[in-house]
Design a protein around this ligand. Structure first.
Ligand code: DX5
Ligand code: ZN
Length: 212
């Protein structure tokens, strides 16, 4: 199981925490960007993210919880080590246009779906997708409880991938801990996002090991 670490819950000494994540074996740092519109909270601009990660070499998995994801793509394309750029299906009238913009910017494309969004809505665009981010909590906040009713989406996405020879990875974000990561693994997930389970403990690596 791949593991990406979300540091959303960390408030003090963010730079120190990023250095700590950097020395773990996590596969990605998951960067939660919030615009105060798509979700109530507001955090970084692309420039803030670029600055924050100036001395970090891990690959980045950026989760845009933003209502106009198209606005940020050009700037994100200049951020070193950025591999996946994920928009929310619910955030744009024509997600396929944003998907194409991200591809043109030579970044890998992710599409996130809220817990209430039915998985069949994104099936027509899956041929162009590198990561599906199944939200297992309402986006916008760390530390919420995992919603097991989203597990069927992982199974469906796995079937659709096999039937069509698509290549996207299936990731799960929200309320991930040792038990829920196992449920995701059994359903067929390729990656989990570890937020408070990893970062609210002293030893990040020990927590990551439990999610693998
Ligand atoms: C939720 C964010 C998640 C969050 C995960 O809106 O997208 O990435 O930080 O945190 P935990 O694991 O604490 O639910
Ligand atoms: Zn996230």
């Amino acid at each position: 199981m791949k593991v990406a670490v979300s540091f959303l819950k960390i408030k003090d000494d963010l730079e120190g925490a990023l250095k700590k994540i950097e020395v773990t074996d996590c596969d990605y740092i998951h960067v939660d960007m919030m615009d105060g519109i798509f979700v109530p909270s507001l955090n970084y601009s692309v420039a803030d993210i670029r600055k924050l990660f100036k001395n970090i070499n891990k690959k980045l998995d950026v989760h845009m919880m933003c209502s106009s994801p198209n606005k940020y793509i050009k700037d994100f394309a200049k951020v070193p080590n950025l591999e996946y750029l994920t928009l929310h299906f619910e955030a744009h009238r024509k997600p396929i246009d944003v998907i194409n913009m991200i591809r043109h910017a030579k970044l890998k494309v992710g599409i996130a779906i809220n817990p209430e969004t039915k998985v069949h809505k994104i099936i027509p665009m899956l041929a162009h997708i590198d990561q599906v981010l199944v939200m297992s909590v309402k986006p916008g906040e760390g530390g919420q409880a995992f919603l097991p009713e989203v597990l069927y989406k992982i199974e469906t996405l796995k079937e659709v991938r096999e039937q069509n020879h698509y290549h996207y990875i299936i990731s799960v974000d929200g309320g991930i801990n040792r038990e829920t990561a196992l449920l995701c693994k059994e359903a067929g997930a390729d990656m989990v996002i570890g937020g408070s389970f990893v970062c609210m403990q002293e030893n990040f690596q020990k927590q990551i090991d439990q999610l693998r």
